[in-house]
Write a protein of this length. Structure first.
Length: 79
C-alpha cells in the first residue's frame, strides 16, 4: 500500500454523495460543513486511512481514480 506524499491528490470520502478531491500541502486546511481537515497531517499516511475533522467526523483518504479526477475537476466554459 502506498503512502500519501506532499502534492498528492487525495479523495476525501464522507459518503457516496459527498466526496472531495484535494491536493495535499503542508499548512493547508480543507473546510467543509463537517469541520476542517488539516491536509498536512495526511502526509505519510497510507491511502485508505481514516481522518477525523475538527468536529470529529470521519473521512477516508482514498487514492482518486481517473473517474474521480474527471468528475471533480473544474471546467471553464469556452464562451
Amino acid at each position: 500500500m502506498n503512502v500519501i506524499g506532499e502534492g498528492s491528490d487525495v479523495l476525501l470520502y464522507l459518503d457516496a454523495r459527498r466526496t472531495y478531491l484535494v491536493r495535499v500541502e503542508a499548512g493547508r486546511r480543507f473546510h467543509t460543513h463537517k469541520g476542517y481537515v488539516d491536509l498536512g497531517d495526511l502526509v505519510g499516511r497510507p491511502y485508505g486511512s481514516p481522518v477525523r475533522s475538527s468536529l470529529g467526523v470521519t473521512f477516508h483518504a482514498l487514492r482518486p481514480l481517473v473517474r474521480d479526477r474527471i468528475l471533480k475537476t473544474d471546467r471553464r466554459t469556452q464562451v
